[in-house]
Ligand binder design. Structure first.
Ligand code: PGA
Length: 261
């Protein structure tokens, strides 16, 4: 699968809101088969949402966690591990800029989370992004590649096949000031070039790399029409079933082939 629409619900919604949202999305996915749609609700709603999705099995509608802590179990109040949710979820977001900035997650911890996810068969969605816009596209912000390399430390050529990279410029998240499609494609081409040096040409072509940051249904086409961009990670818009599904539908009309790198 090389097309992804991932919804990050962040810290929003009570149980009834979450169930209704998931149910609408499940119902609206009836004719969608050529992409992977992933819902990432707050961890407390993972199980009830899994029950909702189970009502009508849709092989391309999956569940993701927003966070895990490395290890299996232990003295860690408030945390959940990949081991605990191995049979509940297929994906997990790691390295989101909100957790880096507001909770103080380090590159080292993010790398440990990513390795823990892979160990327990979850596909990590590794978020990387710069703090400030570099509109002239002069030189890639060092932070982007350093977050990528730190996040992937110790990931084997076999394991990298299960990793998704999300380019999420911090200045674009939740601001309404989304990056242009060409800007996002420029950064993502640079990320693929780095993946090439680490894992070879085939992996550079095949690794899913998606864009996130104020994505909405009106300009989603800008991203998904770029050959190098495999999809989107949506925050705010993913809380509205109609808008989220319209992104899915727009994307399902587009054929993707990322073999040009
Ligand atoms: P946003 O969030 O779409 O609300 O900007 C995206 C994200 O943080 O993943």
């Amino acid at each position: 699968m090389n097309k992804f629409v991932i919804g990050n619900w962040k810290m929003h919604g009570r149980l009834a809101d979450a169930v209704v949202l998931a149910d609408w999305i499940r119902a609206g996915m009836e004719n969608i088969s050529d992409m992977e749609v992933v819902l990432c609700p707050p961890s407390v709603w993972l199980y009830p949402i899994e029950e909702v999705l189970r009502k009508t099995f849709r092989p391309n509608l999956s569940l993701g966690a927003q966070n895990i802590y490395p290890g299996e179990e232990g003295e860690l109040t408030g945390e959940i591990s990949a081991w605990m949710i191995e049979n509940l979820c297929q994906y997990v977001i790691v390295g989101h800029s909100e957790r880096r900035a507001k909770i103080g997650e380090s590159d080292k911890l993010i790398n440990q989370k990513l390795l823990a996810a892979l160990k327990y068969n979850l596909k990590p969605i590794l978020c990387v992004g710069e703090l400030k816009e570099n509109a002239k596209k002069e030189k890639l912000d060092k932070r982007i590649l350093s977050e990528l390399m730190a996040g992937l430390k110790g990931v084997s050529p076999e394991q990298i096949k299960n990793v998704i990279i999300a380019y999420e410029p911090v200045w674009a998240i939740g601001t309404g000031n989304n990056a242009s499609g060409t800007y996002a494609a420029w950064v993502i081409d640079n990320l693929r070039a780095k993946i090439k040096t680490l894992y070879g040409t085939e992996m550079a072509q095949n690794i899913p790399v998606i864009y996130g940051g104020s994505v909405n249904q009106n300009d989603v086409l800008e991203y998904i029409s770029q050959p190098t961009i495999n999809g989107v990670l949506a925050g705010g818009v993913s809380l509205n079933a109609k808008e989220f599904l319209s992104i899915v539908q727009i994307f399902s009309r587009i054929k993707k082939d990322i073999k040009r790198y």
